[in-house]
Design a protein around this ligand. Structure first.
Ligand code: FES
Length: 128
């Protein structure tokens, strides 16, 4: 089994943006099909559609913690269009790689973020 990179350990030991945003503009959830891990992402979005704040809650493995933390760091202060363009491969590259058997752990973040943005857009539509 391959080892985790320094950056994975760093995000695992000191995860960014953990928690809940009360009255979030969008909330998205995702579970892993390969295990029972589960992720919830909360976003606050500006009028210019920039993600001003993002937080996550997770029941998951070390790689899921690191990839979720990395994702929030990557998309904070980004336009929702840019944030939606972030892929699992981008997250893995940002962390300097993941062991092959842990590659699937990055999928939940991308899916939960997509669901949070969709939820934000639906909330926006119902507001108007
Ligand atoms: Fe389930 Fe990592 S082992 S997401």
């Amino acid at each position: 089994m391959e080892a985790y990179t320094e950056k994975v350990y760093e995000h695992f030991n000191n995860p960014r943006n953990v928690g809940v945003i009360y009255k979030a503009h969008g909330v998205g959830e995702a579970g892993s099909g390969e295990c029972s891990d589960y992720l919830v992402i909360y976003i606050k979005v500006s009028r210019e559609k920039v993600i001003e704040d993002i937080k996550f809650q997770l029941r998951g493995c070390a790689a899921a913690i690191a990839t979720s933390s990395a994702l929030t760091e990557m998309v904070k202060d980004k336009h929702i269009g840019e944030a939606l363009a972030v892929t699992e491969a981008d997250i893995v590259n940002y962390l300097g790689g993941l062991p092959e058997e842990k590659m699937h752990c990055s999928i939940m973040g991308v899916q939960a973020l997509k669901n949070a943005v969709m939820n934000y857009l639906e909330n926006l539509r119902s507001y108007w």
